[in-house]
Design a protein around this ligand. Structure first.
Ligand SMILES: [Zn+2]
Length: 332
């Protein structure tokens, strides 16, 4: 039995199953991103649509790509909801990106007969349980430096957002003292200068990059039973994203030992025609818009065939030829 089949059978006896998946709404959504969401949907289908729900967190408070917003050049951070979409000043990058995603999720939901819910990180970070998890990390001596050795002692990797202009300072290390973040607004057009933020004050916003998966999964109801990550998370040897996530999960476990850890399922890595990894920043892969143009409304079914092939075989690396054979030549 491969690890996917093993996971399905271990979950099938549960009363309810929550499958978490995250998405950064920048760039074009490529086949790898779609397969990660698809794998979450397929897992819910296999475990049982009556007990399983796929829950996507749209990470709108993650760092934007340099092509969207150059943090060094501007000296401060705007997030996806306040960056205009390319060539369209009246639509935000967030709305532009999530328009296609909503349509795709609806398609997946129909194709696999499952429930899909979505939530934005900007809403999630206002929950008290999320903030408590965050505070646990910040208050644990040496935890921050263990995760990110470049963060100086007395500082944390968090970006409090200015309430007046909705931006964050570009500097990655924020001084932190007993529950309070100390920062300043670096947007030259804003009149706010230095400000403090109580981490437990949920009426103020804070962006935290990298932490949100284990925080959401272990602190926020409904807690995740499984988290599906994209193939990139498993790359490297010692300091992969998964290794960092596991460290954070361990910290959360110390704070709340009775809550079980989510199972981790890592999706495959897709390779483009030229043999390099498909990536949103390179835009070298099959993206959602292209697939929709090619297949029309049947595009989700066609992606579903690739997802089925991957989950049945437990594949971790998928060459372009396989995708080409399955989707365009109907070889399988
Ligand atoms: Zn400001």
């Amino acid at each position: 039995m491969n690890s996917y089949a093993h996971l399905v059978s271990s979950l099938s006896d549960n009363e309810d199953v929550n499958v978490a998946v995250g998405l950064r709404p920048s760039g074009r959504i490529h086949l790898g991103n779609m397969a990660t969401m698809g794998l979450a949907a397929r897992l819910c289908h296999d475990v049982g649509p009556h007990i399983a729900t796929a829950r996507i967190t749209v990470c709108d408070y993650d760092l934007p790509d340099r092509s969207d917003w150059d943090i060094r050049k501007n000296g401060f951070i705007r997030y996806f909801d306040s960056i205009p979409a390319p060539g369209n000043d009246s639509t935000s990058l967030l709305d532009h990106a999530t328009e296609g995603i909503d349509d795709f999720l609806e398609g997946l939901s129909k194709h696999y007969g499952i429930k899909f819910t979505s939530q934005k990180l900007s809403d999630l970070q206002r929950l008290e349980s999320y903030r408590q998890g965050l505070r646990n990390i910040f208050d644990t001596q040496g935890a921050m430096q263990n995760l990110y050795p470049k963060v100086p002692e007395g500082c944390v990797l968090a970006y409090p957002i200015c309430g007046d202009c909705n931006t964050a300072g570009a500097h990655p290390n924020t001084p932190y003292r007993s529950g309070t973040l100390i920062t300043s607004c670096t947007n030259p057009e804003c009149s706010v200068e230095e400000f403090d933020m109580d981490i437990m004050d949920c009426s103020k916003d804070v962006a935290v990059h990298f932490f949100i998966d284990p925080l959401r999964d272990k602190c926020v109801e409904p807690r995740a039973d499984v988290h599906v990550f994209g193939g990139d998370y498993g790359l490297g040897h010692n300091n992969t994203e998964i290794a960092k996530i596991t460290k954070i999960i361990d910290l959360m476990t110390t704070a709340a030992p009775d809550i079980s850890n989510p199972e981790i399922l890592i999706g495959p890595i897709f390779y483009a025609r030229d043999g390099t990894k498909m990536s949103k920043s390179k835009n070298n892969g099959l993206n959602l818009q292209k697939l929709k143009q090619h297949f029309g409304n049947d595009y989700v079914e066609n992606i579903g065939i690739v997802i089925d092939h991957i989950s049945e075989g437990g594949y971790k690396h998928v060459d372009y030829k396989i995708v080409d054979d399955i989707m365009f030549k109907n070889v399988y």
